[in-house]
Design a protein around this ligand. Sequence first.
Ligand code: PEP
Length: 251
Amino acid sequence: MRKKILAGNWKMHKTIAESVALAQDIVTALKAKPSASEVIVCPTYVALDRVATVLAGSPVLLGAQDMHWESQGAYTGKISADMLKAIGVTYVILGHSEQRAYFHETDETVNKKTIKALAEGLKPIVCVGETLAEREAEITEKVVETQIRGAYAGISASDAVKTVIAYEPVWAIGTGRNASPQQAQDVHRFIRTLMASLYGDSVANAVQIQYGGSMKPENAAELLSQADVDGGLIGGAALKADAFLGIIASS
Ligand code: PEP
């Protein structure tokens, strides 16, 4: 039985003070009414340290939105795995479609980051998903397979099982148009079968696969009830405590 895992990706939203307030609201609510699901918040880098203080002693875990694959050096603007760990980060989102679309992320860089995160004891949330044109061209599975094979190149089964995969159809991210529960389930099933062919059944059955793309309280229960949907990576709806908590309550 896989535990559900819900992560809020706050993207480039919220000042430090706003981040602290949102984290406090989530922690207060979950302390009063604990969830059986794993809950993660991923603020901006600048808010990580202060949010870590708010989360301390609570069931909510801290995630980062990206990291560099090198340990240190002349990489202006970048953050290392070590730096994240020192703050208390547990999870790191890698290969988000916005990173791929705007910041030159490739399957190769996702692979380097995934290897580094695992080596440093961070849990990667590896994002994959097709664009609308790719779905319409009926190459969703091919695209997702290429992304997964690329991200996991050289990664052992004992490491692969420590990762989380986020299936995020690009056409559903921030658009208000979510994948239907059946569309999500079909791709999640495909990903699990692919993981079985790469790593065997026990890894495939254990690995958590999140759905991301316009998940909200109104559609979460049905998406999360699909057999291979193990949680959500949530953008817009994670920016308001009520909406994020509503999704958590549906899990
Ligand atoms: C995301 O950015 O990972 C995401 C799923 O965003 P949204 O929920 O806003 O579609």
